[in-house]
Design a protein around this ligand. Structure first.
Ligand code: AMP
Ligand code: GLY
Length: 417
């Protein structure tokens, strides 16, 4: 089979690697990909939905996998389906579960899915009065897509004014969501669904803040671990109280979700609550989860398209994975880019290329998150050791990474309530 993957980051690189392990796959093409991925798989730049569909027909693409959320919001999945192509990825209407936080919150409220209390504000003044009602700490979020950077946790009114200033300069008329602050510990779970049935993956955990000990601004994610065994005690409850009602509601409301539903969850003292849904694999969670997957990626995708997910049993390799993000100085605000990337010794970790482009004689950093390194080990500590040793073998000016990926306690801290 020939597979076309849409996207350009570390996640799409990891998705390509997962397809490459299938004996059914002949050729993998990534669009647009990046110059790092281009050293391993063919990358093509296709400028419009029509170009992508034409390319699929002329290059005999058997399956298109849409890796990121922007093309879903832009209607690519619908367009390709109308052209008769086999596509994995939700429709634009179903993608609203990620592309509009207001849509997701309203859906959850209608169907009693546990999540933080919220209100919608269409102006800074409306946001101020909602924040006054909720009290501090409080969370505000841009309604539309913001690459993980539109969420602010506010402790006081100075932080509120800074965040409102930043949000209203970025989000235009889209409005913001004000949310109750949830305390607990976070984890991610992916539901692979054909719109009716679903199967869930191992649990994983992103580390969203920029600095160690979960300090600093939110980012797209600085590292991930899988599997997260502490999640298992909550799996049944999450499937019954969160995933099933959402998938059923979306089908019944005539926008069935088909693809990979990302559930970002907080385990609170009252049980699991939804922080966010995304309409795709997480990044960097995909880099941690997919190398553990033993089940054939093509079989999974065919089951999504053909409505046969009930026949899939996901199988996993033993052991643990740790993904470490190597980021650019200045990320997430203003990444400092253009510096040569040198790799001094062979790596034991899997490398996924994200914000890179070709320089004169080697790759240079070209974005906030540059490289994701993933190590597999018999346990978390072994994987950590491998990934942190390898991180030192890669060098570029301004390279930054967190030192504590995988060290969270995942319990309730004392005095949290
Ligand atoms: P989101 O993009 O909505 O997942 O938010 C990004 C990150 O902000 C989450 O992973 C959490 O760490 C944090 N966050 C979001 N919403 C809340 C909330 N209601 N309470 C506490 N932390 C939150
Ligand atoms: N890891 C967070 C995300 O993919 O949205």
């Amino acid at each position: 089979m020939n597979i076309l993957i849409i996207g350009s980051g570390g996640r799409e690189h990891a998705i390509a690697d997962a397809f490459a392990r299938s004996p059914k796959v002949k050729k993998i093409i990534v669009s647009p990909g990046n110059d790092g991925i281009g050293g391993i798989y063919e990358c093509v730049k296709l400028c419009s939905h029509r170009d992508i569909a034409d390319y699929c027909e002329t290059s005999r693409i058997d399956l298109v996998f849409v890796g990121n959320e922007q093309p879903v919001e832009d209607g690519l999945t619908d367009f390709l389906r109308e052209r008769g192509l086999r596509v994995v990825g939700p429709s634009q209407a179903a993608g609203r579960i990620e592309t509009s936080k207001a849509f997701a919150k309203d859906l959850m409220q209608r169907h009693n899915v546990p999540s933080a209390r919220y209100g919608k504000a269409n102006s800074a003044d409306e946001a101020r009065s909602l924040i006054a009602e909720f009290g501090y700490p409080v969370v505000i979020k841009a309604d539309g897509l913001s690459a993980g950077k539109g969420v602010y946790i506010l402790e006081d009114s100075t932080a509120m004014e800074d965040a409102l200033g930043a949000l209203y300069s970025k989000t235009d008329k889209e409005g913001v969501i004000v949310e109750e602050f949830l305390s607990g510990w976070e984890l991610s779970l992916f539901a692979i669904t054909d719109g009716t049935d679903f199967c869930t993956t191992v649990f994983s955990q992103d580390h969203k803040q920029l600095y160690d000990n979960d300090m600093g601004p939110n980012t797209g994610g600085m590292g991930a671990v899988a599997p997260l065994e502490e999640g298992e005690a909550y799996r049944e409850q999450i499937e019954l109280e969160i995933i099933k009602p959402v998938i059923d509601a979306m089908r019944e409301e005539a926008y069935p979700f088909c693809g990979v539903l990302y559930c970002g969850l907080m385990i609170t003292r009252e049980g699991p609550k939804v922080l966010e849904f995304n309409c795709r694999w997480g990044d960097p969670e995909a880099e941690a989860v997919l190398p553990l997957l033993k089940t054939d990626m093509v079989e999974i995708c065919e089951a999504i398209i053909e409505g046969k997910i009930s026949e899939i049993r996901l199988e996993w390799k033993p052991g643990c994975s740790v993904t470490l993000v190597l980021a650019s100085r200045g990320y997430p605000a203003k990444p400092d880019t253009g510096y040569p990337i040198r790799i001094s010794d062979p790596l034991e970790s899997i490398i996924s290329y994200a914000g890179v482009k070709a320089g004169s004689d080697c790759l240079v950093n070209n974005g906030g998150r540059v490289i994701m390194l993933t190590a597999l080990g018999k346990d978390l500590m072994e994987a950590r050791k491998i990934v942190y040793t390898d991180a030192q073998k890669i060098d570029f000016d301004g390279k930054y990474y967190r030192g504590d990926i995988g060290l969270r306690s995942n319990t309730f801290s004392i005095g949290l309530e």
